[in-house]
Design a protein around this ligand. Structure first.
Ligand SMILES: [Zn+2]
Length: 157
C-alpha cells in the first residue's frame, strides 16, 4: 500500500480494529518516509463466477431472491430466508475461497434449505442438480425419507 502523500511503497500499521459489523478491518497506518498517517479498510472479497464467465460480488439478497421462488406457498418467513442466506455465506467463507462458481453457491443452499422446508428443497434441487425426469425426483424423495427415519441398529432383544 503506497503512502497517499509521498507515494512511498511501504507503511507501518499503528492500529487495527474490526468495523462494527465485523466484516472489515480498519487499519491506521504510518508512512516511515514522510511520517504522515492514513487509514485503510480491508474486506475479504467473495466473488461469484457465473456460467457465462462473468463475475459479481457475493450477495445475500440474490440468494434470498432465488430461494424465495422455491418457497412460494410454503410456510417460510422472510426471517427464515435471511437466516438461510447468512448460513450460506458463512459456509462459503469458511472454505477460505475468494471465488466460487454460481453452481456451487446453489449446491451450498441445498442443505440448509432442506432443513427449512422439504418441498422447497425438492423444487430448488430439481434446478440445481438438473433433475430431468421423474426418477430423479423419486430418488431424491427416497433419500429424504430414508434419512428422516431412524436407521441402522436394531434395539437389543
Ligand atoms: Zn509518505
Amino acid at each position: 500500500m503506497n503512502c497517499p502523500f509521498c507515494r512511498h511503497g511501504d507503511s507501518r500499521v499503528v492500529d487495527s480494529r474490526s468495523t462494527d459489523d465485523g466484516t472489515a478491518i480498519r487499519r491506521r497506518r504510518q508512512c516511515p518516509e514522510c511520517g504522515r498517517r492514513f487509514s485503510t479498510v480491508e474486506t475479504a472479497s467473495l466473488t461469484v463466477v457465473k456460467r457465462s464467465g462473468a463475475s459479481e460480488p457475493f450477495s445475500r439478497s440474490k440468494i434470498i431472491t432465488g430461494v424465495r421462488k422455491a418457497c412460494q406457498g410454503r410456510p417460510v418467513s422472510e426471517d427464515d430466508l435471511a437466516h438461510l442466506a447468512q448460513r450460506v455465506e458463512e459456509t462459503i467463507r469458511s472454505t477460505g475461497c475468494a471465488e466460487i462458481d454460481a453452481h456451487e453457491v446453489g449446491l451450498t443452499i441445498l442443505a440448509p434449505l432442506r432443513e427449512l422446508d422439504e418441498v422447497a428443497y425438492l423444487r430448488f434441487a430439481s434446478v440445481y442438480q438438473a433433475f430431468d425426469n421423474l426418477e430423479d425426483f423419486e430418488s431424491a424423495i427416497t433419500l429424504l425419507r430414508a434419512e428422516r427415519e431412524p436407521t441402522g441398529v436394531e434395539p437389543p432383544t
